[in-house]
Design a protein around this ligand. Structure first.
Ligand code: DAH
Length: 354
């Protein structure tokens, strides 16, 4: 029989098939071992060589077509739609393709954790710009014009107006105004928040800060800090101690001890550096704490009256405390990370651990 006639016959005959049994008979008639297609295939070797592959291809095409028709009919008979067929043919027990879930960067996680601790104590979260005025970063914080942190070796300037050398040459002691820089700490947000709000206030400020430091295992040109401050008519140093101790215990564990060492910061008086007992050796002395048993985690103190004057608060009426900490350092201590660069290399093997 001619292949085209066969095709037409198949296409009309399949429409008469109305049960699974009939379909099976139909399948055997055409696709079975002694079926019409097998017969056609059997004829191929008897053909002249040039005609063989032509017929071979036609028979194959017909076979595919026939199989599709049979499946379609089968679905129709059993009431399965094409979409359901995908489900029927799908092995739901087969392991799927795992979705890689995104997650927060470890620094963001620590920031959120620390924010939550302070928010629970009544602080609000604020932020400020990373491009900051020279005034807010230094002058408003009682940092004198000749302070080393104002040097271009310690601060990235965008638009410096008054340089130390000019001051010395001219004897000009007027405060620098109009200069712009990348903030070198989060403390300028103290100035911003106090200028825009009235006491009482309790604020924390997480954010990025920049310093032109040579990069090594513990230094980067960019890192994160959290600043905190509280101002009211009766804020005390013991209040500062209580708040910081609560923070340290929440983040590092109940058994942590804390100590204040006298220090100097221009924007606080008195000032202190705050240590916690080493979380690795529990205070016995190890390589992480340099055998001291203590780890420095932040700077703090009572807000200097000159800062209050700069923002228009009456230093006789108000008192306040402030503190500032490096977040990478906290994260490194908490998770035992020995190289700050790991945070920013975008290496998923590192990031997936958090
Ligand atoms: N701004 C300081 C720094 O970057 C940290 C600091 C110390 C902040 C004492 C404070 C403070 O608010 O009271 O090194």
């Amino acid at each position: 029989m001619d292949i085209n006639t066969l095709k037409t016959q198949i296409e009309s005959e399949i429409l008469q098939v109305n049960s699974t049994e009939e379909l099976e008979a139909f399948r055997a008639k055409y696709l079975g071992r002694k079926g019409a297609l097998a017969e056609l295939t059997g004829m191929i070797p008897q053909l002249p060589v040039e005609q063989r592959s032509g017929l071979g291809q036609q028979v194959n095409a017909l076979k595919n077509n026939l199989q599709a028709l049979i499946t379609e009919r089968q679905n129709k008979l059993s009431g399965v739609s094409a979409q359901q067929n995908v489900l029927v043919n799908c092995d739901i027990g087969m392991p799927g393709i795992a979705q890689d879930l995104g997650r927060l960067h470890p620094i963001t996680q620590i920031i959120e954790e620390i924010n939550a601790v302070f928010v629970n104590m009544g602080f609000v979260v604020a932020d400020g710009p990373e491009v900051e005025t020279e005034f807010n970063n230094f002058t408003g914080l009682n940092i004198p014009l000749d302070h080393p942190s104002r040097d271009a070796f310690d601060t990235f300037y965008i638009k410096p107006l008054v340089r130390n050398s000019e001051i010395q040459a001219t004897g000009d002691r007027r405060p620098a105004t109009g200069g712009l820089l990348l903030r070198s700490h989060t403390s300028p947000v103290q100035v911003r928040a106090m200028k825009s709000r009235k006491p009482p206030l309790a604020v924390i400020v997480p954010g990025r800060v920049y310093r032109p430091d040579a990069v090594d295992a513990s230094h980067l040109f960019m890192f994160h800090q959290i600043e905190g401050f509280m101002v009211d008519t009766n804020v005390t140093f013991s209040g500062l101690k209580g708040i910081l101790e609560t923070f340290a215990k929440e983040v590092f564990g109940e058994e942590i001890k804390m100590r204040f060492r006298p220090h100097f910061f221009p924007f606080t008086e008195p000032s202190a550096e705050v240590d916690i007992s080493c979380i690795i050796c529990k205070g016995k002395g190890c390589s992480v704490c340099g055998r001291k048993g203590w780890l420095e985690i932040l700077g703090a103190g009572m807000i200097h009256p000159n800062v209050f004057k700069q923002v228009g608060y009456d230093p006789k009426k108000y008192s306040g405390f402030a503190f500032g900490m490096g977040i990478e350092r906290i994260a490194m201590l908490k998770y035992g990370i020995n190289d700050i660069r790991l945070f920013f290399e975008n290496d998923l093997r590192f990031l997936k651990q958090f």
